[in-house]
Design a protein around this ligand. Structure first.
Ligand SMILES: C[S@@+](CC[C@H](N)C(=O)[O-])C[C@H]1O[C@@H](n2cnc3c(N)ncnc32)[C@H](O)[C@@H]1O
Length: 250
């Protein structure tokens, strides 16, 4: 696993393809039919300083800005995503400090500063989970809150086949793998499916205590899925597609 080449590959993906399907994974949606409107993990963010890790095109920052957060900060590895974020936020009458950097690296974000650090479907791209969680802890004030969502590892192990759900991957396998892009054969996306315990233990090591974890999809959102959702909907009735963790810095 070479972090630099993973960053290069994934940054290319997000710069070229990344915007096509984000609707389901920008706040208030955490992904996998889990919604902030139902879960209320953030509560009142007015006057709070917020940092988003992997802020993409800025739509989740917009959500926080419209809820009167006092400062919006975002970090993303893709310059192109940050351009989209800056344009989007300006068009909404909002502004943010946007920083282009891998989340794993020192990039000038202030320490002991934020009330909330959050990330919607971006944390799992890190090549160094423990180091990234340690950095995030350093950005937060004492008692500050870290909320993130990511693909549930069990979802990655199971496929729907002929009306059955079939295990086709070992839950314990955290090796890095590449999936081809559908961009005229160009490039790949590289990732690792970590176990839930890997996330939990890395949070504990970085000085967080977990306050809440959500795996259960929202019935109302599930019911709104149409028949085209196919095997995805079938899986979602039987197992979690997404997990969300709310943790507090000790
Ligand atoms: C699913 S998108 C996040 C969408 C975003 N939460 C929103 O509301 O628009 C994942 C983002 O993570 C970024 N990313 C991937 N690997 C990264 C890394 N190592 N460091 C920082 N950002 C990364 C991608 O460029 C992409 O914009």
């Amino acid at each position: 696993m070479n972090p630099d080449s993973i960053h290069q590959t994934n940054s290319f993906y997000w710069s070229t393809k990344g915007n096509d399907f984000l609707g389901a994974i920008v706040l208030p949606h955490y992904g996998g039919s889990i919604s902030e409107e139902k879960c209320q993990l953030f509560g009142d963010v007015s006057g709070k300083k917020m940092l988003e890790i992997g802020c993409g095109n800025g739509q989740s920052l917009q959500y926080q800005g419209e809820r009167k957060a006092s400062e919006l900060w975002g970090i993303d590895i893709s310059e192109k995503q940050l351009e989209r974020a800056a344009q989007h936020l300006t068009s909404c009458g909002l502004s943010a400090n946007l920083i282009c950097s891998p989340m794993e690296e020192e990039c000038g974000i202030p320490e002991d500063y934020f009330d909330f650090v959050y990330s919607i479907y971006a944390i799992g791209w890190t090549t160094d989970l423990e180091g990234t969680f340690r950095r995030i802890a350093s950005y937060l004030k004492k008692d500050g809150v870290f909320i993130f969502s990511w693909s549930h590892p069990i979802h990655k192990c199971v496929v729907a086949e002929n009306n059955l759900l079939v295990f086709n991957k070992c839950y314990f396998d955290e090796s890095w793998y590449s999936v081809p892009l559908d961009l005229a054969g160009e490039g790949v996306l590289t990732l690792s499916d970590r176990k839930l315990s890997t996330y939990v233990n890395a949070l504990a090591k970085a000085g967080f205590v977990i306050e809440q974890m959500i795996e259960q999809p929202d019935d109302e959102i599930m019911q709104s899925w149409n028949d085209n959702s196919g095997s995805f909907a079938k899986k979602a009735k039987m197992l979690p597609l997404t997990f969300v963790i709310k943790a507090r810095k000790l």
